[in-house]
Design a protein around this ligand. Structure first.
Ligand code: ATP
Ligand code: MG
Ligand code: FE
Length: 338
């Protein structure tokens, strides 16, 4: 089976073709980062305009790369939510038009299910599985007892991990998106500023990063007032150490409690070198297989949407041609738990 997948939830216009849920036949990503950089973040109107300009091109390029005609496809999948509503709608309308024109079933995919299923493109997923989802808008621990079943056992109460990275980067005058820059600085650092670890209640799998973000901002203000210069790499390392320690410890505790057979990381922040190293080391010691996708499958792409859609295709979870953008879409299971 070949699935054409489309992703336009944020600032990447992407189309991919996935064979049997695991083989990437084409994976085209048109990034808008350069256009949003000067605003220091994603501007929704700018994002929509770019998607309109790029969407037809990326779909055509995906089909061309795959050397497939539309009639050889099994379905068209698209990110239904969450995300920017105007951005989502560009992808959804393109998917609907394509599905209608070529008489193909339409599949609406949850963006986070996509991030999680990026792992299926690298190795088979084994259940029960624990996914640490860390991205620009989400920080969640998701328990999957079966394929297509999602239970959010912990989530952020304020900022997402990626959001905290981007805000701290702005304080340090680093370009947008800040995550990769902080990551690099943290690795070059020889010292680390001591910032707090926020654990919340003892049994909680929830996260909170706004206090840490404020601690960084206060630290910078204090130095500024004293007229002292800031050691950006020591701040970056101190911040990253705190984020990585909390994410790793909570993931480990959840993996033990739910006795999972596999732990995976997903989302843009899982591209982080410090986090990858910490999780790899921790779960090696623990004896639980840990996987994280290659960098280009951690950040937004359509291949991951196609991988999730393939599971939904098997479960015959089709969308209707009146599908709408769902900016606050909840992560729901599509298979009844056994
Ligand atoms: P969501 O998936 O929650 O809807 P999004 O799609 O905008 O949000 P992603 O594209 O998955 O988010 O991830 C983008 C985020 O990942 C940005 O906040 C970026 O700073 C962060 N990021 C990317 N690379 C790294 C890195 N090496 N270290 C830390 N953060 C990183
Ligand atoms: Mg993005
Ligand atoms: Fe994302």
């Amino acid at each position: 089976e070949y699935i054409l997948a489309i992703e336009t939830s944020c600032d990447e216009t992407a189309a991919a073709i996935i064979k049997d849920g695991k083989v990437i036949v084409a994976n085209i990503v048109a990034s808008q980062i350069e256009s949003h950089k000067r605003f220091g973040g994603v501007v929704p109107e700018v994002a929509s305009r770019h998607h309109v300009e790029q969407i037809t091109l990326v779909i055509e390029e995906a089909l061309q790369t795959a050397q497939l005609a539309p009639k050889e496809l099994s379905a068209v999948a698209v990110t239904e939510g969450p995300g920017l509503v105007g951005a989502l709608l560009i992808g959804i309308n393109a998917a609907k038009a394509f599905a209608f024109a070529h008489q193909l079933p339409l599949i609406g995919v949850h963006h986070i299910a996509g991030h999680i299923y990026a792992n299926a493109l690298v190795q088979p997923m084994v259940f029960p599985l624990l996914a640490l989802v860390v991205s620009g808008g989400h920080t969640e621990l998701v328990l999957m007892r079966n394929a297509g079943s999602f239970e959010v056992i912990g989530e952020t109460r304020d900022d997402a991990a990626g959001e905290a990275y981007d805000k701290v980067a702005r304080v340090l005058h680093l370009p947008y998106p800040g995550g990769p820059h902080i990551d690099r600085l943290a690795h070059e650092a020889t010292e680390a500023v001591d910032f707090p670890r926020v654990w919340l209640e003892e049994d909680s799998y929830d996260f909170s990063f706004s206090g840490l973000k404020s601690a960084v901002i206060n630290y910078q203000h204090n130095l500024q007032q004293k007229g002292e210069s800031i050691d950006a790499s020591a701040v970056a390392k101190g911040f990253q150490d705190s984020v990585v320690e909390v994410l790793t410890a909570k993931t480990l505790r959840a993996a033990r409690e739910y006795q999972v057979k596999q732990v995976i990381a997903a989302g843009g922040v899982s591209a982080n070198k410090g986090l990858r190293a910490s999780l790899t080391h921790t779960f090696k010691n623990e004896g639980i297989p840990f996987y994280v996708p290659p960098l280009h499958l951690c950040t937004d792409n359509a291949a991951m949407i196609g991988a999730a859609a393939s599971e939904m295709f098997k479960a015959r979870q089709f969308g209707a041609l009146n599908m709408n953008g769902n900016p606050g879409m909840a992560l729901k299971s599509w298979l009844v738990e056994q």
